[in-house]
Design a protein around this ligand. Structure first.
Ligand code: KG4
Ligand code: ZN
Length: 347
């Protein structure tokens, strides 16, 4: 039996989790900071790192208590040290290094993007390799070719906004608030995708993505083309002029275009690579339409697909502990000199 404590602080969730043998989640504590960033309509890095500092120790304590394990029972400490906001990552890394030094237990650093692809394993998935990995979140939109859970080649990624970021911006354009993904998803369920928005294709062979043009097309569609007036740029319309049903229809149109763009990348990557399954993770995997389309696509390719349950889609530390276990079993150990990095395997 191997017990790993996972620590996650790459963006605006402070999280800790104890996982047994890589897939039995004994505790999964996530302290979200949404209420601290909501007035800014997005994550403010300095506020995020300060909040991590205040929350990290109580969150770790709670995760141990909920799992009914003591620090001495642990076999190793895993921490997401890349990619992410550097000030935020450093808080989790400092906590993990301190525990590792104090307890004389192994320290294992984990790539956050690869950890998202461990999430389905926490729900009992048995992933066979080589696999095609899709990570779609607030910070990342990447397609990876996985030789195993920790050995991957990045086949493609977004060249501008991440898909989740585009959902958040679409939500703000539509006056639905922040964080936006679930709000757009919910509004879209009541609308019809009657507006044609762009599905950008990048040039060349890579299954790369682009979402910033889609976001601008939505903005101009909703508010009209901007005009110069008195030296300033102004929109002819305001979102408050839309009927509720119009907002739902624009949400449905945006969602369909964003999901189609992701599906184009998948199609490209599956056609070019021999894979035994698709495995996916990240906050945007909570999206109803994306899940439906991915399942239908895997069916048509005749390969299994592994999607995480909703609670493991968004950032959590159980996925960090899980991938940490995989690395621990392979003898991977990090030195106390290791640090955080804003870049990872897919950035
Ligand atoms: O994985 P995650 O917690 O953060 C990063 O690692 O970046 O993902 C958060 C993102 C946010 O942008 C949020 O708007 C999006 O996931 N999201 C959704 C849905 N639920 C959350 N996007 C589309 N549809 C949803 N239902
Ligand atoms: Zn994430």
């Amino acid at each position: 039996m191997t017990l790993i404590l996972g620590i996650e602080s790459s963006c605006d969730e402070t999280a800790a989790s104890v996982v047994r043998n890589g897939n039995e989640v004994l505790s999964n504590v996530v302290a979200s900071q949404d209420e601290l960033h909501v007035t800014f309509g997005g994550v403010v890095p300095e506020i995020a790192s300060r909040a991590h500092l205040e929350r990290i120790l109580p969150v770790i304590r709670q995760s141990l208590d909920q799992a009914s394990v003591s620090l001495e029972d642990l076999d190793g400490i895993a921490v997401g040290n890349r990619p992410g906001l550097i000030g935020s990552l450093l808080v989790g890394v400092a906590a993990a290094k301190t525990l590792s030094w104090m307890l004389e237990k192994p320290l294992i650093t984990v790539d956050h993007v690869l950890a998202h692809l461990w999430a389905p394993v926490l729900n009992g998935a048995n992933v066979s390799y080589p696999a095609l990995g899709l990570v779609v979140s607030g910070g990342h939109t990447s397609i990876l070719l996985l030789k195993d859970a920790s050995t991957a080649l990045c086949l493609g990624k977004t060249i501008d906004d991440a898909a989740g970021e585009a959902f958040d911006k679409a939500s703000s354009i539509l006056g639905l608030g922040w964080p936006g993904g679930a709000r757009v998803d919910n509004a879209a369920s009541k609308g019809t995708p009657k507006h044609r928005l762009p599905r950008p294709k990048t040039k060349g062979d890579r299954p790369d993505f682009s979402f910033s043009g889609l976001k601008t097309a939505l903005l101009y569609g909703v508010r009209g083309n901007p005009v110069r007036k008195d030296g300033k740029t102004a929109f002819p319309r305001d979102v408050s002029m839309l009927l509720e049903q119009d907002v739902f229809d624009w949400a449905a149109s945006f969602q369909e275009a964003a999901v189609d763009s992701i599906m184009l990348g998948i199609q490209h990557a599956v056609t070019d690579n021999q894979v035994r399954c698709i495995v996916a993770g990240g906050g945007v995997l909570a999206n109803t339409l994306l899940r439906k389309k991915l399942e239908a696509a895997a069916d048509s390719y005749n390969i299994p697909i592994h999607l995480p349950d909703f609670n493991y889609c968004v950032d959590n530390a159980a996925m960090i502990a899980g991938l940490g276990y995989h690395l621990y079993e392979r003898g991977h150990r990090d030195q106390l000199t290791v640090t955080a990095s804003p870049k990872g395997i897919a950035s």
